[in-house]
Design a protein around this ligand. Sequence first.
Ligand SMILES: O=C(CO)[C@H](O)[C@H](O)COP(=O)(O)O
Ligand SMILES: [Mg+2]
Ligand SMILES: [Mg+2]
Length: 244
Amino acid sequence: MVSNADSIENYSKNIQKAIKALQRGEMILLFDLEGREAETDFTIAANAVTPEDVRWMRKDAGGLICVALDSEASEKLGLPFMADIIREANQCSTALNKIVEKGGDLKYDSRSSFSIWVNHRDTRTGIPDNDRALTINKLGEIVEKTLNGEDVHFGTEFRTPGHVATLRAAKGLVHERMGQTELSIVLAKIAGITPAMVVCEMLDDETGRALEKGDAKQYGKDNDLVFVEGEEVIEAYDIWLKSQ
Ligand SMILES: O=C(CO)[C@H](O)[C@H](O)COP(=O)(O)O
Ligand SMILES: [Mg+2]
Ligand SMILES: [Mg+2]
């Protein structure tokens, strides 16, 4: 929950609604920024996800189902950025060096946040809704445990490659990078929930492109989901930082 020093009234009404929804384990809609991806992601706490939520994300959102992880937790769990893993692997295969993401490759940011793709070891193929929900829940659980100082071993529970993409948040969060990876982790921190957040882009069934912001907002209204913009989250993060 939000700490005493950090009263929920400090935030805008919309951020308050988003925080409460996330604390209840509900889905919200999270837009990044005009001029960046300009995409809206379904966003929900990893601990709260059900197989029905996975079905909802793949049918109504349609993008990639990923789990954004807090930077400190990623470090403790030994989850590097995928681009760094590939650069390292290049010592054995120089071909990979030609493929790996370089500065200037992305049209919307200086680098991606991808880490490794995983399945929980209790899944079968890893892709059905119940398998992905299990992997996601267990990611939430291991992040919570590692941040509580428990002795956990990522490899005992998960294997890679798998069917759930993990994303590693920048250490400086939205002061360093402004993707849904960081925006969702900021919201988790403000809400006082485990900083492991599922994000999935909303795509337009007609055009195949990212769903227009106006259409995503309308979907939020029709389905009673809070719609939050990156700028509001960045503002809220600065308020939260002052309260810590
Ligand atoms: O590309 C992505 C993974 O499907 C999405 O954009 C997701 O929102 C996380 O990435 P970012 O932090 O760059 O926005
Ligand atoms: Mg993206
Ligand atoms: Mg994004």
